[in-house]
Design a protein around this ligand. Sequence first.
Ligand code: KIV
Ligand code: ZN
Length: 504
Amino acid sequence: MRIIKIFDTTLRDGEQSPGSSMNVDEKIQIAKQLVKLGVDVIEAGFPIASPGDFEAVKRIATEVTGSTIAGLARAKEEDITRAWEAIKDAPQKRIHTFHSTSDIHLKYQFRVSREEALKRSVEMVKLARSLIEDVEFSPMDATRTELPYLVEVVEAVIEAGASTVNIPDTVGYTSPVEFGRVIKAIKDRIGDRAVISVHCHNDLGLAVANSLVAVMNGAGQVECTVNGIGERAGNCSMEEVVMNLATRKDFYQVSTNINTKEIIRTSRLLTRITGIPVQPNKAIVGANAFAHESGIHQDGLLKEKMTYEIIKPEDIGLKQTELVLGKHSGRHAFKERLRELGYDLSPDEIETAFKKFKHLADQKKDIFDDDIAALISEEVSKIPETYSLLDLSVSAGIHVKPTATMKLKVGDRIVEKVAYGDGPVDAVYKAIADVTETKSNLLKFEVKSITGGTDALGEVLVSLEEDGKRVRGQGADTDILIAAAKAYINALNKLAARKSPGNV
Ligand code: KIV
Ligand code: ZN
């Protein structure tokens, strides 16, 4: 059976989602999980884009083994040498270079002729090939490129040494029947001289459908992102394309190297790290994807699961029950649960997380997977703590002016502050803003309960912006005001970390 390669671009195209930027340690966590998931290629970033991007790709190339690590480069000499510098230490590596080919891009954006675009593409593939064996080329905006010219570029770059030609639907413009024809035309022309890859954006909601039809017409690699994150409406969703191929193997007659049991863990880890939620009705990984509400469906399911269930929840790694630990659970059980949840923490990080868990278990009887994930997200993120919360008390009520009294550690100073606000959260945020002298704007403030009950762990997510840089902060606690303070401080720490070189 034909194996379709899964090329994951969560850390590159996915990171282009508004508000989803991750720091280097977070990217490493995701990359390690992608290896467990079994992706063939991890596009780790765009090394020339910034020193932070370079550093992230370099560290992934050195620390993450088991998948090919790709670095993106425009068809420019400096991009290609920078990408090579970043990935050269990886045991399996790839340079992915691209040049636009549509007349719209060539005329209005790059102001070069078709001949010039073709010449640069060929020269840059040759340059990349002089450094590395595995070279992928993308004719950007391929689906708005005249087909004969697209085929000419594809043949020329294969001749120059590209072993994968990726056909991007950059603006999510194509539709399944049309895209199938394009892929077939390319396949008929190039045969097995190179792998055809597809890279579909979801502007019209067709990224997964377009990728599947491409597979049917000879594509051997699909580029996608976890939870479908990405610029604008996102990219082809990894879990959807993979589960289509797995569930309808009878129809597609292909397989992938993905261990589908790692899907839910990967999805949750990404949500936790980026703070980008998954819509509840999203296929495969949405909270309601396996929830059957109607009486007729429930009746059928009780008699025979096959009546209404086409995917077993266990196949994507969902457990029957997620009630895991309580006050009396020991270190061993906790460590085991972390491992099952996909966290790869050092002994020190486990110890800190265990202390937090014990503290939570004193406040809350049942600890669920989501509680644990929320608790240890700070450990995973490893943001240097420029600011940390030492103490907080708040008074508020119908006849009391909301007042926050706060003690913060700023570097090695301890600062105390009292602030008043329109409400308790406002008072807390005014105190923090005063102490940290932040110039950032608060763009979004969300509160959610991680699990049920009045003792539920509350999670607060905030988005801040400063000098065009956006960050998301999160904080969890059974006291929602403490969670709010932690989230704001976490975001401010991320902004501070971004100001120091080497961080993204
Ligand atoms: O969407 C696109 O065209 C891209 C290329 C860089 C492959 O992301
Ligand atoms: Zn893209």
